[in-house]
Design a protein around this ligand. Structure first.
Ligand code: SF4
Length: 647
């Protein structure tokens, strides 16, 4: 195997010839370099996209800090090289390496891939190939690293089942420690690789695809999954942490400009709003909040360690954080005069959101973002994001009146039962908002409409529905392009081909793995990047495998269809999702489940965790019973329901 010093010396010749060499050098402020020889478990954390994007990934930062806190382990980083660097690496026969010590990825014990979205799948295969590691899990031996993956896309792991040895389903903070422990025990014992996989399968939140087999009906729909060994859990229950651990503060400061040069602080995890299209909102339940003083301490330490001038207070719905006003005022007071730019994304459409942004005194007033997602009240009821048009216009007036000149409005086309009138309404609403702006600040007022296309996601109430076809998307986009022209208006949209790729992959089954492999063999990579995405390659891959892409996207599933991701339990029950889907067809909405618990399934599974963590740290109802023990969550067969106050 090539040594780190050989890699380093050859890099010195390669790097002057590639774009942004700072992506590939490491050595940034706050990187952690440990004594390689003195460490038992070496983990490479890999974000299979460009460094410029991956450096902002909070999940990677959290795991990097936690693993490096262990005396017996180290974590280093790797990202997908851009095409020029890939070419240079291949020409020089250099493997992909870690930024910190320049060790080849094949020298690590564990490779941990972050998979926040599906369009990173071909890049994952490419990274394995560049590392000289067999692409297929079944071809790896004891001499190869263990390949694990986690992130939101892993909640339907099946399309990637052939390439990943073990998936982490859910939150990684605790489970990564148990995976490292299991790996160390396996190394000590010196047993075959299958024993490591068996040990991993016993850890709560770990899914080992090789221990299961898939079956299909004659019409091609999924039938069921069978476990091949007794101890493999079925279903695999997602992992959560009962309380959010203190936020990371030693952020690595890149030498080059990246997507976000800021301190990201997660103020809350989970969401109680219940928007029916929202994958993150369903899979990250329950809501757990971080105390205000912990957030403030995190910001203070983060600023000290990095010198950044921007902080992002992150969550899926920031206005829902219980102490949001107190937090915003405290941030404003504590960091007054330090010219700190504070971003507060995902605010509700109400005047209170404007007050919140206003309270952040130093905030630059460029654009204010609202996400109505649909333009008619009927459609907003279907997707369960009920807000009246009047309330939206009133909020827009308040935003312009407080000094913002540009309102960014996010919509989706392609929601279930959408008509062309609902699409036309997007243009009308944007014009109505602009008119409000003009009445307040005149011609300075602007509206930017970001219109993406709805992709039905697994584990959501819309997992049954059909995705718009290319023709439908083009027709709707053409209408918007025509109607949203003129001074003060700007429209952004996504290429329909990219939407379809994500739609194929997100509700794929195990057969999709061969499609991904064939697409990668034909050159697919950087699928999330317009300039690299090659739709025809994917069409050829489907053809080569003999699968119909429309089967995965343009098919409304019968209500009793079994899905290929059902063995992965987010703990939100299918019964709840089914009811919610049927409610959507009637235009029935649900209130925020902080107001009324709808017994989605979180509490029966995590009753004991809730009981042990009383009060407002969770936003689910309190649990009184002491009958359920945490250990009973694993194995799954022993999960029993506890008593909880309002379900
Ligand atoms: S258990 Fe109740 S309160 Fe908790 S997430 Fe589910 S519906 Fe909401």
């Amino acid at each position: 195997m090539v040594t780190p010093s050989e890699i380093q010396s050859r890099l010195e010749r390669i790097l002057p010839g590639v774009q942004k060499p700072g992506r590939y050098t490491g050595g940034e402020l706050n990187q952690v370099v440990k004594d390689w020889e003195a460490i038992s478990t070496r983990v490479a954390l890999i974000f299979p996209d460009l460094y410029d994007l991956g450096m902002s990934n909070l999940g990677m930062t959290i795991l990097y800090e936690l693993i490096n806190q262990r005396a017996d382990s180290l974590a280093e980083r790797a990202y997908s090289p851009w095409t020029d660097m890939e070419e240079a690496l291949r020409e020089s026969q250099l493997p992909l390496y870690s930024l910190e010590t320049k060790h080849p990825l094949a020298a690590f014990d564990i490779l941990g891939f972050s998979l926040p979205y599906e369009t990173l799948y071909t890049n994952t295969l490419n990274v394995l190939d560049l590392a000289g590691i067999p692409i297929f899990s079944a071809e790896r031996t004891e001499a190869h690293p263990l390949v694990i993956a986690g992130g939101h896309a892993a909640y339907n792991p099946e399309p990637m089942h052939a390439f990943i040895d073990a998936f982490v389903i859910g939150e990684g903070e605790e489970v990564i420690q148990e995976i490292i422990d299991a790996h160390q025990a396996w190394k000590r014992q010196g047993t075959p690789r299958i024993e490591l996989l068996r040990a991993l399968a016993r850890i709560w939140g770990v899914y080992v695809p090789a221990l299961y087999r898939d079956f299909y009906h004659p019409d091609g729909t999924f039938s069921h999954l069978e476990k091949l060994i007794e101890e493999a859990p079925l279903p695999v229950i997602k992992r959560i942490v009962a309380r959010l651990p203190p936020p990371p503060t030693r952020f690595i400061v890149p030498y080059i400009d990246t997507v976000h040069n800021r301190i990201p602080v997660e103020i809350m995890r989970g969401c109680t709003r219940g928007c029916r299209f929202c994958h993150a909102g369903m899979i990250t339940r329950p809501v757990r909040e971080r105390p205000v003083d912990e957030i403030l301490a995190g910001i203070e330490a983060g600023l000290q360690h990095t010198g950044y001038e921007e902080v992002g207070l992150l969550s899926l719905s920031s206005s829902d954080y219980t102490h949001i006003l107190e937090l915003v005022k405290a941030v404003s007071e504590k960091f007054a005069g330090r010219h700190l730019n504070v971003s507060l994304p995902s605010l509700r459409i109400e005047s209170f959101s404007v007050e919140l942004m206003d309270a952040l005194q130093d905030t630059r007033r460029s654009g204010f973002t609202l996400a109505p997602e649909a333009a008619t009240e009927r459609m907003r009821e279907i997707i369960n994001k009920p807000v009246s048009t009047e309330q939206l216009l009133e909020t827009a007036r308040a935003i312009y009146a407080r000094g913002w000149s540009n309102i960014k409005l996010y919509f989706m086309i392609g929601h279930p039962s959408e008509t062309i009138e609902d699409v036309q309404a997007i243009a009308d609403l944007c014009r109505a908002v602009l008119a409000e702006g003009r009445s307040v600040i005149g011609k300075r007022a602007q509206v930017t409409a970001g219109v993406s296309t709805f992709i039905p996601k697994p584990h959501t109430p819309f997992q049954w529905v059909s995705c718009d076809t290319m023709e439908q998307i083009r027709l709707k986009q053409a209408l918007l392009k025509e109607k949203l022209r003129g001074p003060g208006l700007k429209l952004n949209w996504n290429a329909p081909e990219e939407t379809l790729l994500e739609a194929w992959l997100s509700r794929g089954d195990r057969r999709m793995a061969e499609v991904i492999y064939q697409a990668w063999k034909r050159g697919a990579k950087f699928d999330a990047w317009g300039e690299h995405f090659r739709f025809t390659v994917w069409q050829e891959a489907f053809q080569a495998v003999g699968l119909d892409p429309a089967f995965y996207t343009h098919r409304e599933r019968p209500i009793d269809e079994t899905f290929p991701w059902e063995h992965i339990s987010t703990t939100v029950r299918k019964k709840f999702l089914t009811e919610d889907y049927l409610w959507s067809l009637q235009g029935r909405t649900r209130v925020d489940c902080r107001e009324r618990c709808f017994a989605c399934g979180i509490l029966p599974t995590f009753a004991e965790l809730r009981r042990q963590n009383p009060g407002e740290v969770w936003q689910c109802p309190e649990v009184k019973s002491k009958r359920v023990q945490l250990q009973e969550l694993i194995p799954v067969s022993q999960v029993v329901a506890g008593d909880f106050s309002s379900q």
